[in-house]
Design a protein. Structure first.
Length: 325
């Protein structure tokens, strides 16, 4: 597969913002804050039609409207990068309506996480474009830009999108855990395990003909459901190509009467460790867990298809080629 790198971002560029899955209105205040922060960073912002649409409560417009918004942003010569407003659950519904020839002819930075993984995987399969599994508008750029978490995420976003050189060693914001020792090299593949698994067996899943480093995260996932998804990936042959595994934060929102909001965010990493080690027991690839990506956490930049290297001694991960050109 020939991989496509998008052009780098420069000050004053126009960033397109779309809502290709969940609607914006339930998060309007956060969205508006995120748009303001993007402008504060010196960018022009062009909003797609979907940021104002809501269909059947959980979609930002119909399937065709959301697909047309994506197609329009890729075709628009003024737009130099696309950042999704937020994730959701219905990205897969748009894939049959996308203009993959236009996307291939106009490669651009395409950033988002969670359900946006659907587009990253499909773009990789159909065009070779490397999508950026990282920040969005509502849960990324809407954060308090003075906080350590926001500075960590936005600094990394601009480092990887502005510089046509390998990022090298990824900095850890929290302590990462080694679950199985070793070293590995390969191309990054993964994202939200729910969204990536949805594409197995469809025309939008890439033929993985090179060694990969499989990275994944999930939120609020019952262990039996997570078990089934990991086994599905294993039986599909993904683990045969996997030379290393990176697992993000595994956090869930659980009820807590003592909290003002009535709930707290609980880390579930220790609960999934045994499950992961059991399912991957027949393989010897190294595993680093609790990395800084996923939900309720700042996110590392992890472009699908990019060459990476990992070593469990001191739990280190490197991006060994540039994301942009």
């Amino acid at each position: 597969m020939k991989l496509l790198k998008p052009p780098r971002l420069v000050d004053g560029d126009t960033i397109g913002v779309i809502a290709p899955s969940h609607p914006v209105p339930p998060f309007q205040k956060m969205y508006d804050q995120g748009i303001e922060h993007l402008r504060d960073f010196g960018f022009n912002v062009k909003e797609g039609k979907t940021v104002k649409l809501q269909h059947m409560d959980y979609m930002a417009g119909t399937d065709l409207q959301r697909a047309e918004d994506i197609n329009a942003m890729f075709a628009d010569e003024e737009v130099k990068a696309i950042i999704c407003a937020l994730g959701g659950s219905v990205a897969v519904r748009t894939l049959r309506h996308l203009d993959y020839d236009a996307i291939k002819s106009n490669p651009k930075i395409f950033s988002g996480m969670s359900n946006i993984t659907t587009f990253h995987v499909a773009f990789l399969a159909r065009t070779g474009l490397m999508g950026l599994h990282q920040t969005d508008v509502v849960f990324g750029f809407a954060a308090d830009m003075k906080s350590a978490e926001a500075k960590y995420e936005t600094d990394l976003f601009f480092r990887i999108t502005r510089n046509a050189e390998p990022m090298g060693l990824l900095p850890a914001f929290t302590k990462w855990e080694v679950w199985r020792e070793g070293k590995a090299e390969g191309r990054l593949f993964g994202g939200s395990i729910n969204s990536a698994e949805t594409l197995l067996g469809t025309p939008y899943y890439p033929k993985l003909d090179e060694d990969i480093i499989f990275f994944w995260e999930s939120i609020g996932q019952p262990l039996d459901e997570l078990d089934a998804k990991l086994v599905h990936f294993r039986e599909s042959g993904l683990f045969d190509r996997t030379k290393g595994m990176l697992i993000g934060k595994f956090r869930s929102e659980v009820p807590d009467a003592s909290s003002k909001s009535g709930s707290i965010i609980k880390d579930m990493s220790s609960e999934i460790k045994g499950l992961v080690m059991d399912i991957a027991g027949a393989y010897d690839f190294p595993i680093i867990a609790c990395l800084d990506f996923g939900h309720h956490t700042p996110n590392l930049p992890l472009p699908l298809g990019l060459k990476a290297r990992m070593e469990t001694e001191e739990a280190k991960v490197w991006l060994t080629e540039s994301y942009v050109k």
